[in-house]
Design a protein around this ligand. Sequence first.
Ligand code: SAH
Length: 507
Amino acid sequence: MNRPKVYFVGAGPGDPGLITRRGAQLLRRADCIIYDGLVNPAILDDCSLKAERICVRKRTGDRPFTQDQINQIIVQKARQYPCVVRLKGGDPGIFGRAAEEIQSCLKADIRYEMVPGVTAATAAAQYAGFFLTDREHSSQVIFVTGQEAPDKEQSAIDWDLLARFNGTIVFYMGMGRLDRITQTLIEKGKDAKTPAIAIQHASLPAQRLAQGSLETIAQNCCQTNLQPPAIVVIGPAAVYRKETDWFTKRPLFGKTVLITRDARGNRALAERISELGGQPIPLDAIAVVDLTDTPESKAIVPKIKQFDWVIFTSGHGIACTIDLLRKQNCDLRAFGSCQIVCIGEETARRLNDFGLRADFVPSEYVSNVLADELAHYTNLKGKKILLLRSAIAPEDLPDRLKSHGALVEQIHVYTVQPTDRQISADQDIIKLIQSSQVDWITFTSSSTVQSFLNRIGADILRQNRVKIASIGPITSRRLQENGLKIAVEARPHTTEGLIEAMVNYHD
Ligand code: SAH
């Protein structure tokens, strides 16, 4: 039953969302992942941290591993681990050399399974706004490798057939020989005016395309410096139309956004930025440290229900409090009949995830507004209020609540700490900013600002083109104190507000 198995998984063309559910499930389970250079490393974010990762092939022209070596690695790792994933770009069965790898497994008596993927051709066409087949223009498709020289004697490719073919022809790996491919087709009698499109980095924020005809496409690719990996599509269906180009119309398309929250927050924000077409670059500037094991935290659990109001100022506060209850063998009943305030809709939603509803959410996500509006909503005189929040939160909220006559107690259920400097990652980010490749940097709290300044410094932001997006006034103040100019401030002061502010910004 438990003999090892190798899973040949298609990673899809690039966008990490285009892997199948089965593929993603196996990646999470894998002990070892052997992946190609064409695979987007972001897909590996969800793998088990314990999994060994081996990249076996770099992009065209630079091949550190021969196919034989790859076959050997697969067999060797399958003998070492119960679950090995061989992750291949696009679909493993399309120009993927999966057949050779499977032969080595069979020879070594190693079991395997296949998981197909979205191949580059279908993704490239759809992400460029057309279809490989459509009733009007094309009822047939051919996938061809562009690796074979058209003038090779005894070619495995039937060039006469391709010249006669009236459907869609897709060339994989054709960029290096595009000139000769198109010339051969014209010489064999194909209409030089047949439409053609080349699409580079299909489905990724870096997607670009060149269009033209059989006659002009090679030259147009040269002029626009279109590079591999790219798909070349030839045929009457391969026509670019602005109105069907949904992909590059997405509001953050082509924008690179540096995000500086903790790892979990960065993942959520990155997903949203990608969805809108942007390229997120995560810098895990802070780490959330749980403080639910302190005597103060433990002691508060049986007393929570004695408070009139409990206030949460962040999702982390909620998650850590729920964790604290669990560790003390308690559940949501620990809140008794206390009323609950959440500082914003996002925090209220997080509370809702745990089955609790916020009784009050202020109109603005700022401490003094919260305190004043709550005092307006209910008489705070003599009321007992419990703040379950971060150890580094400023004192203005409790002070303001006290000024309205409330009796305030606070328990620090977590804290945030700057992460260790990762010199090489920081250097990469500095280089990107200096070469004007970063459009935005986002800050979602003053602690992320501080951590960024300690690690990378303010000068780099002052001296380069990158625009700063801040979540709210406290974060902005910290930035301004360091001589930094803010391009946009979110309103409302949520991550969704932050994204909206970047989308609506015009130079
Ligand atoms: N098995 C893969 C193809 C491997 S051959 C699949 O099914 O997609 C490698 C070639 O695929 C590249 O040279 C390029 O022609 C194409 N390709 C892969 N990913 C691509 C992408 N994101 N955009 C454009 N072409 C891509």
